[in-house]
Design a protein around this ligand. Sequence first.
Ligand code: CUA
Length: 316
Amino acid sequence: MFGATSILGKAIDSQFFIITGICVALFSIIIFLMLYFSFKYTRKKNPNPTDIEGHAPLELTFLGLSIAIVLLMFYLGWGDYKTIREEIPKDALAVKATGQMWVWSFEYPNGKLSNTLNVPVNKPVRMNIESRDVLHSFFVPAFRVKQDAVPGSVKSVWFTADKEGTYDLFCAEYCGTNHSAMLSKAVVMSEDKFNGWLEGKAEAQAAPPPPGAPTAKGDAKKGAELYSSKGCVACHSTDGSKRIGPSFKGIYGTKVKVTTDGKQREITIDDEYIRSSELTPNADVVVGYQPIMPPQKGILSDGEINSLIEYIKSLK
Ligand code: CUA
């Protein structure tokens, strides 16, 4: 909770403490006066109540003071709000963040994809936040940065992380069944280390590869990478465990019951079925699962679907 690790985050913290300080001070003064007067003017000490008239100058003073305090809070907040919204440094590193049910992916200017947000220390970073399906919200509490991901538009927010380390990254907008699992990490590293990572020399603290990935070769290996970066991992396991969707392990070539147009039928999982499951996932839904997979039309190319098919085949 304490210790923001971004430059703007520290400004936000100090505002928070100023506003809390003002509230605590006013609260204490009011409670103190209330107790003081109720003891001072008890019925015993003052048996005949006096009729107290209004006092215009005093009331105006209180009114003026209250307005001044509220305006001071507004003034402080407005300054930082403008910095966050409008004064994005031109030289900021642009990272595209894409939210989808239920995974974050980050794309760097050189095309590098990652499921963890890796950023250099003491450098401004501009997040261009998009969504592929529903509302999500990009939230890194340690940076004091939060921005909704809205389908059909790009929202920007920026920060300068000033301390190396690994911080939590959340989705902060309820986006469906697996919202609570839509987690990632923001890793702040030295500039050298970051550049090495960006050029692919070191996979510094990247997300662990999914089970089965290291042994995959060729097209299947590409498929394994897509499995992580395109978010399949959020709903389909590769170890046989049940998630939102069926596990990929050993699924290729098996017969399953699906619901097509409200009727059940049996099909064999082959290339054709996987392809149609990617493009029109809700046409034939495996019995026991919900028709909630987002269609991948326009998201996955034919070649990428083939790689995924090879990957699923490799998961024996
Ligand atoms: Cu995405 Cu909650």
